[in-house]
Write a protein of this length. Structure first.
Length: 211
């Protein structure tokens, strides 16, 4: 055991004793000036801890990142909020469920105008289904249509129903590359006599057209 003399009374004590058993002096192996320094350091550390965790951080308060509603990277980012997109999708599915014989691809977005310089991602809606919607529902359906641009742009041949090996493929790729967030449309028309297709009669909504 290592022994030292108490700085206060000179009594022999263990170097690891917290108090002198003779006089009760605390930290007998440390001189009074060193005790004072330890006390200052402890107080300083506590103060720094409190300031840091109070959120001050030197006067700069970090702000949490704001949530952004993005359906694609620029320039095909949707301007609509997720709630409207979801509601619009449900509306489209509900309308199309009334026509069980319609081709399945008519219930998905379609890439139209691929041979032009302004192709669009379009959703098809039977005209009577469109006319039965309220203004708010039409807006939600528009939000859904706008949200499809990024997906359709990324897979143009799938949504155009054209093979990637078609002679016009290079032209289609070039035209589709120019699509922006406004490259969408809602096209309405009657159900064909066969009951399997929707006749594309009129564009009622698009990135720049309202009915």
């Amino acid at each position: 055991m290592t022994l030292i003399k108490c700085k206060e009374c000179g009594h022999t004590v263990s170097a690891f004793a917290k108090t002198c058993p003779n006089c009760g002096y605390k930290y007998p192996n440390v001189s009074p000036p060193t005790n004072a320094l330890i006390a200052v350091l402890v107080i300083t550390a506590i103060a720094a801890y409190v300031i840091f965790w109070s959120g001050d951080h030197g006067g700069v308060t970090e702000q949490p990142p704001q949530k952004q509603h993005e359906h694609a990277g620029a320039p095909t980012k949707s301007l609509y909020v997720d709630e409207d997109v979801e509601a619009g999708h449900k509306i489209h599915l509900e309308i199309m469920s009334r026509y069980p014989d319609v081709e399945p691809d008519h219930k998905l977005p379609m890439l139209v105008g691929v041979g032009t310089r302004s192709p669009k991602s379009a959703i098809l809606v039977p005209v009577d289904g469109w006319e039965g919607l309220t203004g708010e529902q039409k807006g939600q359906l528009s939000a859904y249509a706008a949200s499809t641009v990024a997906e359709v742009k990324s897979k143009p041949f799938k949504y155009a129903g054209i093979p990637e090996t078609a002679p016009a493929a290079p032209t289609i790729k070039r035209n589709v590359s120019k699509m922006t967030r406004n490259s969408w449309a809602i096209i309405v028309g009657p159900i064909a006599p066969s009951g399997r297709t929707i006749v594309m009669d009129k564009t009622v909504r698009s990135g720049s057209v309202l009915d």
